[in-house]
Write a protein that binds this ligand. Structure first.
Ligand SMILES: [Zn+2]
Length: 186
C-alpha cells in the first residue's frame, strides 16, 4: 500500500514537472507576454479519475478565458492542452498585442472566471509573467472553500484539514456534472 501510494505521488510530481516544462517553453516563445493556465483543484491521489469529465471542464475554462480576452481586445496565441497523472490542464499564451493591458488586469479576468463561472470553484486559473522568470501573479482574492463557501478561504480549510478530501472531490465532481447536465438540457 505504502509503496503504491509513493508510486502515485511520484507519477503526479513527474507529470506536474512535465506540465511546468511545457508551460515554460510556451512562455519563452518569442512574443509571448503572459500565460494563463487552467487546471482543476482535484484533492487526493486520483487527479484524473474522471478524465473525460475533467477534460471538458478544463476545456470550457480555457474557452471562457479566451472569450474574456477577446472582449477586452487582448490577443491570444497558442493554446496547449494535456492530461496526465497530475490531471487535465490547458494553457493559452497572451501576445504583446495585449497592448496596455497590465498583467493584474489579466489576473482580475482570470479570478473573475473562478468566482463567477458555474465551474469556477473547481477551476484554478494562474497568470504567469513570461518576462519575469515565469512567476505566477499573486491572487488578489483568496479562493473560497468549495464546501464552506462564503468568505472561508480554501487554504484555511486545507491547512486545518476541516474536510475529508473525498468529500471535497465529491463536491467538485457533482458541481462539474451538474453544470454539463444543465448545458445538455438547454
Ligand atoms: Zn471548508
Amino acid at each position: 500500500m505504502a509503496a503504491e501510494a509513493s508510486e502515485i505521488i511520484t507519477r503526479v510530481l513527474n507529470s506536474r514537472e512535465a506540465r511546468w516544462n511545457e508551460v515554460r517553453t510556451l512562455a519563452k516563445t518569442q512574443g509571448v507576454r503572459a500565460i494563463v493556465t487552467v487546471s482543476l483543484n482535484i484533492p487526493g491521489p486520483g487527479k484524473n479519475g474522471k478524465a473525460a469529465l475533467y477534460w471538458m471542464a478544463v476545456s470550457e475554462g480555457i474557452r471562457e478565458l479566451i472569450d474574456a480576452a477577446k472582449k477586452k481586445g487582448w490577443n491570444t496565441g497558442t493554446t496547449i492542452r494535456n492530461a496526465g497523472p497530475a490531471g487535465s490542464w490547458a494553457a493559452v499564451a497572451l501576445v504583446p498585442e495585449i497592448g496596455a493591458a497590465p498583467l493584474p488586469e489579466i489576473k482580475k479576468a482570470a479570478e473573475g472566471i473562478e468566482l463567477n463561472h458555474p465551474l469556477g470553484r473547481a477551476l484554478d486559473l494562474d497568470v504567469i509573467d513570461s518576462l519575469n522568470d515565469c512567476t505566477p501573479l499573486e491572487r488578489v482574492r483568496k479562493r473560497p472553500c468549495i464546501i464552506c463557501g462564503g468568505e472561508t478561504p480554501a487554504f484555511v480549510c486545507a491547512r486545518e484539514k476541516r474536510h475529508d478530501w473525498s468529500d471535497v472531490l465529491e463536491r467538485m465532481d457533482s458541481l462539474i456534472v451538474a453544470h454539463f447536465e444543465k448545458k445538455m438540457r438547454v
